[in-house]
Design a protein around this ligand. Structure first.
Ligand SMILES: Nc1ncnc2c1ncn2[C@@H]1O[C@H](COP(=O)(O)OP(=O)(O)OP(=O)(O)O)[C@@H](O)[C@H]1O
Ligand SMILES: [Mg+2]
Length: 423
């Protein structure tokens, strides 16, 4: 009998380091989470590593927690790349079809994508992936698969994903220092999307919005394809900091207040807004009493600012208020009460909470927006076509390519199969 495959996901977030182990326990069922480890992270800022030793220690703590729950050894992990160094550029390429009879071949596709890959936008960035959005053959646009068609000139419009070279090397280093081998990487907002967005939503036009602690990251899909990613360097952790300042209390107490009493829409409180929060009940060292409405005011102000930046991102791709399938909120910040209502008002779009699907929580429950990124990583591990079909770093060997274009050979394979139909 084939031993059930163990898939391990690792999401190193600014606030929480999360590791989950999943296994296909029964062939007719979804894979199940059999171990989960979470710990408060140290050594990250805005999703990026600022202290390798602290981050490594956080990974080891989460790893030990998860390891205690299973008999098998954890040796390899799928990791997400997070941080405000991530970004994308729209690019285009053009080539002449090479065959004398004008039939488009795979080689033409590779050449046109190469032509559309100018390299990263600056010397400290690396290309992660190039995703075709549209092929144009002799000025006929919107062609899904040009292979086998006839033409003279082949063009492509593509989305180039890039990230900070050092930032990506640093997270790899932390994982390796934790004695773990990297199976593959996934771009954070893409991983989150995989666990909460349906094919239909992606077809219609949708945004996954991951409200993390140090970052708010987004991935926009249209006609089934990724059309934009962005990472805003502000998140729910800033809400906590604002509360600490506003109540002149510690971060720890502010965090407790946020989770217990926090609400995103002050106007939804009504008479409840007058209820008092007594800090001395949360910590012996604290004094001070604040109305719930005061806390809601602080939270709403910061979240409004975050949604304004999200709207600016949508505006930059001319999709402000224009995504028919709306917005799906994930990440820990999505758990703030009434954040969905505030997001609806600020983004002027339908908004709902994203509960990750596709993995069961037999031991630990992962059906919380907090685990969207992590579940996305696990799903990629069970997807037999992942290498061919999904997005990961170009080098394919788990490392970030030196030049940013070093992994292009492998990247082509991935890019093509993202685009090409499998049936
Ligand atoms: N139930 C809850 N109510 C309110 N806030 C919550 C709740 N659960 C988690 N959070 C907040 O969510 C944030 C953590 O979310 P998450 O784990 O998604 O962030 P992260 O992945 O560590 O950060 P990033 O993605 O920015 O690197 C914290 O700021 C935490 O206070
Ligand atoms: Mg996160």
């Amino acid at each position: 009998m084939v031993k059930p495959q163990l898939v391990v996901g690792l999401d190193v977030g600014t606030y929480l380091t999360k590791i989950a182990v999943a296994k296909q326990l029964r062939p007719d069922k979804e894979p199940s989470v059999i171990a989960l480890g979470t710990t408060v992270s140290e050594g990250l800022r805005r999703g990026s590593v600022v202290d390798i030793h602290d981050v490594t220690r956080s990974i080891v703590v989460a790893l030990e927690q998860a390891s205690k729950m299973i008999e098998e050894d954890i040796s390899q992990v799928i990791i997400s790349i997070n941080g405000d160094h991530l970004g994308c550029i729209t690019t285009a390429g053009k080539v002449a079809v090479s065959r004398a009879d004008g039939e488009v071949t795979q080689e033409d596709i590779e050449r046109v994508i190469h032509n559309a890959t100018p390299g990263p936008s600056s010397s400290n960035k690396s290309v992660i992936d190039v995703i075709p959005k549209n092929f144009i053959l002799d000025e006929e646009s919107g062609i899904k698969n040009p292979i086998g068609m006839n033409g003279i000139r082949l063009e492509v419009e593509a989305l180039l994903l890039e990230g900070g070279t050092s930032a990506m090397k640093n997270i790899d280093k932390c994982v390796e220092e934790s004695h773990l081998h990297i199976q593959h990487h996934m771009v954070g907002p893409i991983a989150s999307s995989q666990s909460v967005l349906t094919k239909k939503q992606k077809e219609l036009g949708v945004m996954a919005l991951d409200m993390g602690a140090g970052t708010t990251s987004l991935a926009v899909y249209e006609e089934g394809k990724l059309v934009h990613i962005a990472v805003i360097p502000v998140g729910a952790g800033h809400v906590t900091q604002d509360l600490a300042i506003g109540m002149r209390t510690s971060i720890e107490v502010a965090e407790k207040v946020k989770i217990k009493y926090g609400i995103a829409l002050e106007s939804s409180l009504g008479a409840d807004g007058k209820a008092q929060i007594d800090l001395s009940k949360l910590s012996d060292e604290e004094v001070g009493v604040f109305p719930v409405s005061y806390v809601a005011d602080i939270i709403e102000a910061r979240l409004k600012e975050i949604f304004e930046q999200v709207r600016a991102e949508l505006k930059s791709i001319e999709r402000e208020g224009l995504l028919p399938a709306g917005v799906v909120l994930v990440g820990g910040g999505a758990n703030i009460q009434s954040v969905v209502d505030l997001a609806k008002r600020e983004l002027r779009l339908p908004v709902k909470l994203g509960i990750p699907v596709g993995i069961e929580g037999s031991i630990a429950d992962v059906d919380n927006p907090l685990y969207a990124n992590l579940v996305g990583l696990l799903l990629s591990g069970f997807d037999e076509d992942y290498d061919e079909e999904s997005l990961s770093l170009g080098s394919g060997d788990g490392s970030v390519s030196e030049s940013g274009l070093g992994g292009l050979g492998n990247l082509f394979k991935k890019v093509l199969s993202v685009f090409l139909p499998t049936d």
